[in-house]
Design a protein around this ligand. Structure first.
Ligand SMILES: Cc1cc2nc3c(=O)[nH]c(=O)nc-3n(C[C@H](O)[C@H](O)[C@H](O)COP(=O)(O)OP(=O)(O)OC[C@H]3O[C@@H](n4cnc5c(N)ncnc54)[C@H](O)[C@@H]3O)c2cc1C
Length: 226
């Protein structure tokens, strides 16, 4: 296994449809970078939580942020193990049978322990990375966080070590005997569309949206953002 791949572990080894497993960093990074948000799960002694959150990949770590009082972030900071999933839906798969009806997707799961980024400058760098991952080119145009806002915000880093991707990008996998069944079969592609920017109340009609908003798209082109 080369450095360009994550090493599968007991937790991250795909058993079902193992041919769809991907451990190469390029595939994992592309999925994490295209997705705007993830679902973060963790256990506490009381219960299990699953929370949707914006994430940013910075090299070999995922950055998460939220209110300092945030339940999930606090649990992770205090040592709970995280399980994070990111999924991009690419198509509905219309097989000729009910059993053969499925979806095409690209999905990443990460297990690990997160740590808080407490140092003020490192935290500001991480917030910069999160804003730029979400909207490349935006950071120079936002007011920087005040000390109070910094204190109100928690930022965690989750190392990308125990990682798997699973990718289905196939036509329907109908059984040979179903191919004669009188039913249309194929794919309905799914795309996320980023629309025309709408100005907030109080923004002058004279002022047009900046290029990074008008031309917004995902995945972010190479050289933009991270
Ligand atoms: C796409 C997306 C991205 C987000 N990104 C971030 C982020 O980067 N950082 C961040 O802090 N928050 C983010 N949120 C909001 C986040 O999901 C939580 O609502 C928030 O973090 C508060 O979590 P909590 O557990 O402290 O809330 P609490 O208010 O303590 O949760 C109490 C209860 O409220 C309900 N609840 C809370 N959140 C949700 C939810 N999202 N959907 C349905 N029910 C809910 C649940 O029943 C939960 O048990 C995002 C939400 C979405 C949908």
């Amino acid at each position: 296994m080369s450095q360009s791949e994550y090493v599968p572990t007991e937790l991250t080894t795909l058993r079902r449809r193992a041919q769809r497993a991907r451990y190469d960093r390029a595939t994992v990074h592309a999925i994490l970078d295209e997705a705007v948000y993830c679902h973060v799960s963790c256990n506490t002694p009381e219960r299990t939580f699953c929370t949707p959150m914006v994430h940013a990949r910075r090299g070999e770590e995922l950055l998460l942020h939220g209110a300092s009082s945030n339940r999930t972030l606090r649990a992770l900071r205090d040592g709970a193990t995280a399980c994070v999933n990111v999924t991009l839906l690419d198509a509905l798969v219309l097989g000729r049978s009910a059993f053969g009806t499925s979806v095409n997707y690209r999905s990443v799961t990460v297990f690990g322990r997160a740590e808080e980024i407490g140092d003020r400058d490192a935290k500001l760098d991480a917030l910069h990375a999160i804003i730029e991952a979400l909207i490349p080119g935006r950071w120079p145009h936002v007011r920087v966080p005040s000390e109070r806002e910094m204190a109100m915000t928690m930022v965690l880093r989750l190392p990308l070590v125990e990682v798997s991707a699973k990718v289905r990008s196939e036509p329907p996998a109908d059984l040979a005997e179903d191919r004669g069944f009188d039913s249309w079969a194929g794919l309905i592609p799914v795309r996320s569309v980023y629309g025309v920017p709408m100005a907030a109340p109080g923004v002058s009609d004279e002022r047009s949206a900046p290029t990074y908003a008008r031309a917004y798209r995902r995945p972010v082109a190479a050289g933009e953002g991270r």
